[in-house]
Design a protein around this ligand. Sequence first.
Ligand code: GDD
Ligand code: MN
Length: 378
Amino acid sequence: MTQLQDKTANTHACEVSIIVPTYQEADALGPLIERIGAVRGGGLDLKVIIVDDNSQDGTEELIASIGLPWVRLITRTEDRGLSSAVLCGLAQANGRVLIVMDADLSHPPEVIPNFIAALDGAADFVVGSRYVPGGSTEDGWGVLRWINSKIATWMARPFTTVRDPMSGFLGFRRETWSAAVDLDPVGYKIGLELIVKCRCRHVTEVPIHFSTRRYGQSKLSLRVQLQYLTHIIRLARWKFPGWSSFVPFAMVGLSGIAVYAFLLWLLQAWFGERISEDLQIIIAIAIAMVWNFIFDRWLAFWYARRRSIVRQFVGFLAVCSIPVIVNFFVTRWLIDDQFVTPAAGVVGALVGSTAGVIFNWVVVRAFVFRTQTPAGGD
Ligand code: GDD
Ligand code: MN
């Protein structure tokens, strides 16, 4: 069975393609198409592509009964999800300008001419925005939804300065969309994904009044909200690979020092004098190293996770050997009246790490970037 069941194909190119992802929006579609029809009546050559995830709620019958040549329904039966539905619709669209909007009448189709005007000017991407002058949100958003939306917006800050990056009302030229790389449609925020992955420079926000839906229910589940966190992490790794490796690495390093100090305290409390201090330090160091290795591999060096863990662990041990040896002796030297204290561990680990960095600097300077070329070298 093919994945796309195309009911009303019509393929000649048009000026504007409007992609509307739907899941159980049959009640809203009639009024939506009517309002889009009015915009079309104003002289815009536009077509609508509805990408429905097999809602089985009368959507197919409705579109068939309306029977408009400029409204096409694609029913997906295998994939699910808002962002992938949008990408599916975009892949089928042939307009010069591409618009994406919700079906539930939260997004007013009447502003589409403003989108096109902006795109014919300097904009390479347009967002229907609640947070620019002239934009608004209909009352009735609970405090929780509002806070939620604010936090989500704030988390998108490193990727774009757009005031309403959460918007799903989007417009862009076909070339912008063709320039997209590595699209990874997880969750809801396909607008943010496109702004980042199409490397958009001029994003214009067109003010909209965001209406509360009149028909059906929101599909914004907890699962979709958690997917947003995954999305943000993926965007960070894509856009700032260096920082998204270094920051977790530094945090894991700090946590490793805390783990080491805690273990020293725990081993001392458990075993007291039944095992030697040296052994206590060695056990604590070994566990802290495994801790660092596991979390570094997972959070800081995610891009190498497919490679052999055994070889990586051996390499990790080798690189850690200098800091570990220094740490061991400093901790031991600081032992307070035969007691291994957590504070000694913190100092030991810090001195050890510093020694490691200095050692690497000296070695790299002396052997990798030395100024004299070795005699006989070419
Ligand atoms: N095909 C398909 N598959 N469509 C879906 C799916 C899905 O799994 N989930 C949701 N949709 C469609 C809905 O039918 C609707 O047309 C649109 O996507 C938005 O879904 P809503 O459930 O109405 O989302 P919302 O109101 O919570 O979110 C809206 O506001 C956000 C900003 O606060 C949307 O506009 C978001 O795009 C926007 O980011
Ligand atoms: Mn909605």
